[in-house]
Design a protein around this ligand. Structure first.
Ligand SMILES: [Zn+2]
Ligand SMILES: [Zn+2]
Length: 93
């Protein structure tokens, strides 16, 4: 199969695939309401899973970082502080 055929096949497949799925959002970069809602659900679920992991083993990530606060949902003193520092820096430009 050459590249063109492959692309056509992919396009055809993405035409029939449903909206409101995470693959539609990430692979096809669709931003319709359904796909955005699917992405939101997916991110929320993943964050919840990460938070559970972190509760089991807090040493999984480095603390005192904004990304830990945001992506892992960590609310320990250090991460909360990192979030505040970020906000203050952002407010001061
Ligand atoms: Zn869509
Ligand atoms: Zn933390």
């Amino acid at each position: 199969m050459d590249g063109d055929q492959h692309r056509q096949l992919r396009r055809r497949r993405s035409e029939v695939s449903e909206h409101g799925t995470i693959s539609r959002y990430t692979n096809d970069k669709c931003r319709c309401d359904d796909c955005r809602a699917a992405h939101r659900r997916y991110s929320a679920k993943r964050r919840a899973q990460r938070r559970e992991l972190l509760q089991d083993d807090p040493t999984l990530v480095e603390h005192g970082r904004l990304s830990t606060y945001l992506n892992w949902g960590c609310r320990c003193t250090e991460c909360t502080e990192a979030n505040w520092l970020h906000k203050i820096r952002w407010m001061n430009g």
